[in-house]
Design a protein around this ligand. Sequence first.
Ligand code: T4K
Length: 404
Amino acid sequence: MTKQFVTDLAVFGGPPAFTEVLHVGRPNIGDRDRLLARIDEMLDRRWLTNHGPFVAELEAKLAAFLGVKHVIAMCNGTVALEIAARALGLNGEVIVPAFTFVATAHALQWQEITPVFCDVDPQTHLLDPARVEAMITPRTSGIVGVHLWGQPCNVDALAEIAQRRGLRLLYDAAHAFACSRDQRMIGNFGDAEVFSFHATKFFNTFEGGAVATNDDDLAQRIRLMQNFGFTGLDTVVYIGVNGKMSEVSAAMGLTGLEGLDTFVAANRRNYDCYAAALAGVPGLRMLRYDRQEHQNYQYIVLEVDEAAGISRDVLVRVLHAENVRARRYFYPGVHRMEPYRSYFPHAGLLLPVTERLAGQVLVLPTGTAVSPDDIAQIAQLIAFAVANGPAISRELNRLEKSAA
Ligand code: T4K
């Protein structure tokens, strides 16, 4: 529905553009019949978890897909990060970006490893290797890079720093399943890489995750830690937790793998629609992916700067009222969340790019649940809001004052 006047916007009482809410991270489901057949098979087998045949099949298929020696399927990405960090012997301080999901830092702090927040590159939003070097102290044991939005970190520069300074290098690849760097799949870089297969991810196992590594010893330690440290029926040789993936999750994963091309195609189509429809809207920058690489195109990321004449937060308010649930990932920055805010109240001084991005970035709905028509409407709404930014902000202020 085209908006003619500012007062037509739902935020001012007009009818919302969408009757149903459009979400970021609507799960890709895949072939329902194939999934239900697998669940039937699993129930008939009465083998529901603890390294069942679906988990084994999924791990083998993931390893082949990524071209990596070991894939260890996990119950979620956060536990996978915790186990990988522990198996790598991370301790003291570890350098991480603050422009990420809070789990990246929590996985360390949970084990009393101090995350040291490092700023990111303004174009890619990825850890800036030059700044990483400056954050290293005698207590630093490693670096956790995040392949944010599915883009690969500067893996060469980070590997060089890690090697020269004797640090472990772990990647949080939660966003980067099915993405590549120089045609090499993410999963092959650093000491290990951790995927999330959460429902909101491009490829999901309801809840789930995995560690990928080419290091045999590390893979062995991770497997032990993931299963309480058991090596035999009654033998425990290591401290461990329960990080196992269940069979029903693996069934979802196997079904999702069969639908991967369809998911990518829908995301790429949506990405192209957004790029075309938003080109030329002042003050907006849409994050561009390298089309020469494998990409999952799962995140439609916009930066809204001063030239837009509307703040990111007002734009999000306008979109939410229209039932477009755009997200302010990763506002306000992990360093501004507890416990980090209390531990490091001045961290923001060293994170100017993170601070700016936390105030300017928004992520738009995509995936198989979003159609090109939806995108045309969302883009129209955004263009309308930008064209009328000052009037919208004035009217919102006026309403707030009169309500107070
Ligand atoms: N590292 C990074 C860089 C990550 O992004 C994440 C997870 C992790 C590590 C940790 O991995 P996991 O332990 O989660 O495997 C969501 C996800 O819960 C989280 O997995 C994800 N990152 C993060 C970026 O997004 P929230 O708090 O935004 O979730 P929520 O409930 O608001 O859902 C997001 C949107 O998805 C909503 O608009 C609703 C929609 N949704 C969600 C679910 C669960 C659906 O439509 N259907 C669903 O089933 O964190």
